[in-house]
Design a protein around this ligand. Structure first.
Ligand code: NDP
Ligand code: GDR
Length: 351
């Protein structure tokens, strides 16, 4: 049985990746950080299954923090993983302007702490680094593996360090270390402060009569939004290749925030102009205007191409947020998931 270690397992991607790897027969270990309130809601259903005595759910959690090596080293030494997925990060771009030093520590130095822990413990695991389209910043679209990086935030600058140190350890120490340069990917488990989820959650709250106004920032930036479960599958594929390499992953479709509002509010028959107000707090000192993935390499080498694009993604997210408030949903998103993946809440339904 292969063993995988996931940092950031309590996040959107970590939770989907844990499910995928368990489905593939892996023993899954995850690093969580101590908090005064519960931060495991995205993986509680997996934990519950693992506690039920079902031997097919080998799932283990360890306390650690990316800002210090102490636990990271011990965990890697004791678990001896075959694959490490480094997903932990202070991942909010706007917030990185408020806490740049902490962001550099977690998102940038956190990566070297894992790589050094691997080196010191002679761990030969394959290593995946969660790199990002934010690295491209103001570079002209479409962006691919050869596009020069022009980071536009403390978050992106920290990820730039992580990207290069991953390549450096690959070249210098012959490690199987890879970067997945992922464009935005969303889901019903997306953090509530990211713009897509903020919008779909607000729609559900408005429909339920619990919210009247949605405050947003820049509506003109363009993003290439995909569906997170498909992207974690590509992370795994990257580590199954014969040689370590870096890959851009996205949908090849880009839309403005305005278009997301049109699509999401339109889906439930509302006009967003009646609810959305601008709040300068959500503007960034420097913005990334236009991201659009050129995924030629991923298609050719990984044979990976996402099925879910903008139109379907919006429906999946709005349906899920309406359902989570106990509201009736139009149901197109549910149908899309059933058609493409044969399920709706696959893992949650097993509890
Ligand atoms: P989330 O913000 O949902 O999850 C981040 C994870 O990192 C959480 O588990 C969080 O723990 C953990 N974390 C944060 N700080 C620390 C710390 N100091 N020590 C230990 N753990 C910490 O991110 P996503 O799942 O969306 O993204 C996963 C990774 O991929 C991130 O690195 C992100 O930057 C990157 N990425 C994401 C993209 C996207 O569109 N989603 C696109 C490209 C890259 P807690 O739950 O306790 O906060
Ligand atoms: P991003 O995602 O910065 O692309 O980073 P986010 O959803 O935060 O912003 C996307 C765009 O929407 C604009 N925007 C707002 N954003 C937020 N969060 N809140 C608002 O109210 C709002 N109004 C407008 C932003 O200005 C921006 O242009 C995400 C994260 O997951 C990163 O970790 C990851 O690396 C990148 O995607 C790829």
């Amino acid at each position: 049985m292969k063993k995988a270690l996931i940092t950031g397992i309590t996040g959107q991607d970590g939770s989907y990746l844990a499910e995928l790897l368990l489905d593939k027969g892996y023993e899954v270990h995850g690093i969580i950080r101590r908090a005064s309130s519960f931060n495991t809601r995205r993986i509680d259903h997996i934990y519950a299954l693992s506690q039920s005595g079902d031997a097919s759910i080998p799932f283990f959690l360890h306390y650690g923090d990316m800002t210090t090596s102490e636990a990271l080293l011990d965990i890697i030494y004791n678990v001896i993983p075959d694959e490490i997925y480094n997903l932990a990060a202070q991942s909010q771009v706007r917030v990185s302007f408020d806490i740049p030093e902490y962001t550099a520590d977690t998102t940038g130095l956190g990566t070297i702490r894992i790589l050094e822990a691997m080196r010191k413990t002679r761990c030969h695991a394959r290593f995946y680094q969660a790199s990002t389209s934010e690295l491209f910043g103001s570079a002209k679209p479409p962006q691919n593996e050869n596009t020069p990086f022009e980071p536009q935030s403390p978050y992106a600058a920290a990820k730039l360090y992580a990207y290069w140190i991953t390549r450096n350890y690959r070249d210098g120490y012959n490690m199987f270390a890879c970067n997945g340069i992922l464009f935005n990917h969303e889901s019903p488990r997306r953090g509530e402060t990211f713009v897509t989820r903020k919008i779909t959650r607000a729609i559900a709250m408005i429909m339920a009569g619990l919210q009247k106004t949605l405050y947003l920032g820049n509506l003109d930036s363009k993003r290439d939004w995909g569906y997170a479960p498909e992207f974690v599958e590509a992370m795994w594929k990257i580590l199954q290749q014969e040689k370590p390499d870096d890959f851009v992953l996205g949908t090849g479709e880009s839309h403005t925030i305005r278009e997301f509002l049109d699509e999401a509010f339109g889906y439930v028959g509302l006009d967003w102009n009646e609810y959305v107000r601008l709040d300068t707090r959500y503007f960034r000192p420097t913005e990334v205007d236009y991201l659009l993935a050129d995924t030629t390499k991923a298609k050719e080498v990984l044979q990976w191409e996402p099925k879910i694009k903008f139109h379907d993604l919006v429906r999946i997210m709005v349906d899920a947020d309406l359902e989570s408030l106990g509201m009736e949903c139009p149901g197109e998103g549910k149908k899309i998931l059933l058609k493409n993946f044969g399920n709706w809440h696959r893992w949650e339904d097993q509890i």
